[in-house]
Design a protein around this ligand. Structure first.
Ligand SMILES: [Zn+2]
Length: 132
């Protein structure tokens, strides 16, 4: 495990705080950390609502990166209810592909922190529509 993955895990863990915000909104049951190409770590949590207005932790972290003026992702890690294990959903993969259409395949994804199992976005989305 390299130090950057450890830093990303600690950053994601720091914002992992499941909570009920209102009768309609919960947040923080999943957290994510995104490493930008510049080397900064951005975090986000999932926000769940009763009418699909919420967002995944990964996309929230990516939006945080974009909000702070960066556009390119190097790595993604999330902490799901099965701690340290998880892969970005189709919507999150779609966003990453559209953000980086010529280089998305190189984005590194942590699949299982406990066993240090990583993959790339290219491996888990080999035939994305944008390639055609
Ligand atoms: Zn997602």
């Amino acid at each position: 495990m390299d130090k950057i993955w450890e830093e990303m895990y600690e950053a994601a863990k720091a914002v992992l705080k499941p909570r009920t915000i209102s009768g309609y909104v919960t947040a923080g049951e999943v957290s994510a950390a995104v490493l930008s190409k510049s080397g900064k770590i951005y975090t986000g949590v999932c926000i769940d609502t009763c009418s699909t207005l919420g967002i995944c932790a990964e996309r929230n972290a990516i939006f945080n990166m974009i909000t702070n003026g960066e556009n390119e992702i190097a790595r993604v890690l999330c902490i799901a209810p099965i701690e340290g294990k998880g892969a970005p959903c189709g919507a999150c993969r779609e966003l990453m592909v559209q953000l980086m259409p010529t280089s998305y395949k190189d984005i590194e994804i942590m699949l299982d922190y406990r066993t240090c199992k990583t993959t790339t976005l290219g491996e888990i989305t080999p035939e994305w529509w944008i390639d055609y």
